[in-house]
Structures are given as C-alpha cells and as structure tokens.
Design a protein around this ligand. Structure first.
Ligand SMILES: NC(=O)c1ccc[n+]([C@@H]2O[C@H](COP(=O)([O-])OP(=O)(O)OC[C@H]3O[C@@H](n4cnc5c(N)ncnc54)[C@H](O)[C@@H]3O)[C@@H](O)[C@H]2O)c1
Length: 308
C-alpha cells in the first residue's frame, strides 16, 4: 500500500513493515475480514462499540480460523500466527496507525456516514477508508467528507475465509490510486477481484437480491414449499445453498435493507420486497443470528449440572 503513515507506536517491531488494518465493526463480516487480513500477515485491530462486542468478534475470528484448520485450508501454526496478529479496540482512536481502515458496521447510510466523518479525523490522512457495504452508494457514504477521494467500496463475501471473491467499487470521487491499492490489497488476501461501478447493489448484491426475493415471493404465493424451493435452486442450478438457507445466513434484515436500497435506487418493481420478508423482519425472525428465520436454529441446551 502506498504512502504508509508513520509507523505505529505499538510495541511490536514488525508493525513498521506489516500492513496495518483497522476493522470497524466486529460482527459477522468484521470478524471474518480481521481473520483473513491477519492470515495474510497484516497487523489487525478489530474495533466495536463495546468491549463485549469486540471480544465476541475476536472469538468469531478464532472460530472461523479453527474451522479453516479443520477443512485443511490453514495449518494450525498459521492459525496461531494469525490470531497473534489481531487485537481489539473500542472506538476509532486507534485507527490513526492503520494504512487501511475497513468499515463493516451495520448497513445503514446515516450510521456509515457518521463513522466516516469521525474516521476522517481519527485515521491518518494517507490511510485508505474502505467500506464493506453490500448495497449503499459508496459516493453517498463519502459525500461531505473533506477528502472523499480516499473512500472506496471493498465488498467481501460471507463467510470471508471461504469465499474467494471481493468486489471493488470506486465512488464517483475515488482517486484511481486508491482503487488500485485496494485491488492489490485484496489480491494479497488471496481474493479474486471484480470491479463494479457505484450502481445500486453493484453486481453481486443486485443479482442476489432478485434471487432471494423471487424465492420469497414463490413461498408467499404458495408456488412451492420452502424445502422444495431450496432443493430446486441447489440441484437445478448447482447452488451450494438454497435461497432460504442463504437468507438465514445473511440475515433477513440485511436482505430486506438491500431490496429497499435497490428500490430507492432504481424505482423498478423488480426490487419490490416480498411482504413475507418484511413481516418476518418485524417479528424478529432474522435468520441464524436470532435463532430463527426461514429455518429454526435451536440453541444448544445448557450442560447438565446444578442450577446457578
Ligand atoms: N452479513 C453478510 O452476509 C454480509 C455480506 C457482505 C457484506 N455485508 C455488509 O457488511 C456490513 C456489516 O454486516 P454484518 O453482517 O457483519 O453486520 P453485524 O450486525 O453482524 O455486525 C455489525 C457490527 O458493527 C458494530 N457497530 C455498530 N455501530 C458501530 C459503530 N458506530 N462503530 C463500530 N462498530 C459498530 C455492531 O456492534 C456489530 O458488532 C454491512 O454493511 C453489510 O451490508 C454483510
């Protein structure tokens, strides 16, 4: 990455040569991005709004790395090294040492704009500010900043360690060298990069939204059952997951938010969200993260023993 800021004042002498990555938001994606960057040898700080959330993010990064070891994709030694490369933070103050900041906070334009406004003061002026948004206009996230030229979309896929694709989306004001630098960064993580214009939903999210929404409409209209629709997509099109399994993984709230962004961007009835999705979100059936979506995910029973 070009124009590195002054070396971090941290205690690890390797920090002067490693790429320093600051990840904002230690949720599903932030923890995966942290694990992937750490595996590539970057010094990673994983940040969230509370100690508990940052700690949980680190635990999820550890779980993702453990699962990569079980699948034979990562050696135990590389996992241990990667874990040693990640620390946690609360608040954006420590973003000042990073060469690249990757924001993975919830998919909400106002929230992301507030985070970027704060980052503009907190991060080093030469640092790249990337957003992992899956649907919001990168240009709008950067609008109003003193230097919108350093903001770029860097869209990872879930689960990050297993998915080889990254979408890079320059906003209208993004400087070409910033776009080139994140292409190079994504390649150092072992990802294949596709480039997209800053159009609503980019390439992948737009395609996915229609696929998921159409499945929801078919279920809503009684065309076929949940299981038959999932089976049809898997066996008919070689998809590794059915649309309902996938929506449960992504989160129904995220899927609905994406459809609403596409609707706002295009005003085209193709993106009219199925009412079933909307009512399930209202009922808190958000998928795996709440224990129920299109499928149920029973929590593990507590171990037997005396009550506390
Ligand atoms: N879930 C997916 O499959 C997926 C895939 C690709 C991209 N994305 C995108 O990645 C981003 C994050 O999605 P996610 O699924 O990881 O969400 P998530 O809800 O799992 O995690 C978001 C995290 O951000 C934290 N957060 C909230 N406000 C914050 C703030 N002001 N500063 C720092 N952290 C804050 C939350 O506490 C939470 O831990 C979204 O933009 C989403 O669209 C999600």
């Amino acid at each position: 990455m070009e124009n590195p800021p002054a070396p971090a004042t941290g205690s690890d002498p390797r920090d002067s040569v490693r790429t320093r990555v600051f990840v904002v938001g230690a949720g599903i994606m932030g923890s995966g991005i942290a694990a992937q960057s750490a595996l590539a040898g970057c010094a990673v700080t994983l940040e969230d709004v509370s100690e508990e959330l940052a700690r949980r993010g680190l635990e999820n990064a550890r779980r993702a790395l453990d699962s990569a070891v079980r699948r034979g994709r990562v050696s135990p030694a590389s996992r241990d090294e990667a874990l040693a490369n990640i620390d946690t933070a609360i608040g954006l103050r420590r973003a000042d040492a990073a060469q690249i900041v990757i924001e993975a906070a919830p998919e909400n334009l106002e929230l992301k704009r507030a985070i970027f406004a704060e980052l503009e003061g907190a991060a080093h002026p030469s640092a790249i500010l990337a957003t992992n948004t899956s649907s919001l206009p990168v240009t709008s996230i950067a609008a109003g900043l003193r230097d919108p030229g350093r903001v770029v979309g860097l869209h990872f896929f879930n689960p990050v360690l297993q998915m080889d694709l990254v979408e890079v989306i320059p906003g209208l004001r993004t400087r070409p060298e910033v776009t080139e630098a994140v292409h190079a960064f994504a390649r150092t993580l072992g990802k294949t990069v596709v480039a997209s214009r800053d159009s609503p939903g980019f390439v992948t999210t737009r395609a996915l939204a229609v696929l998921v929404n159409e499945a929801a409409w078919m279920l809503y209209e009684g065309t076929a059952s949940r299981d038959d629709i999932d089976t049809a997509y898997k066996l008919g099109f070689h998809h590794p997951m059915g649309p309902f399994e996938l929506t449960d993984l992504v989160g129904l709230d995220t899927a609905l938010a994406i459809l609403d962004v596409l609707w706002d961007g295009f005003r085209d009835s193709r993106y009219r969200a199925c009412p079933l999705l909307r009512s399930m979100v209202a009922a808190g059936k958000l998928g795996r993260k709440t224990g129920e979506g299109f499928y149920a995910y029973p929590r593990e029973a507590p171990p037997p023993g005396p009550a506390p």
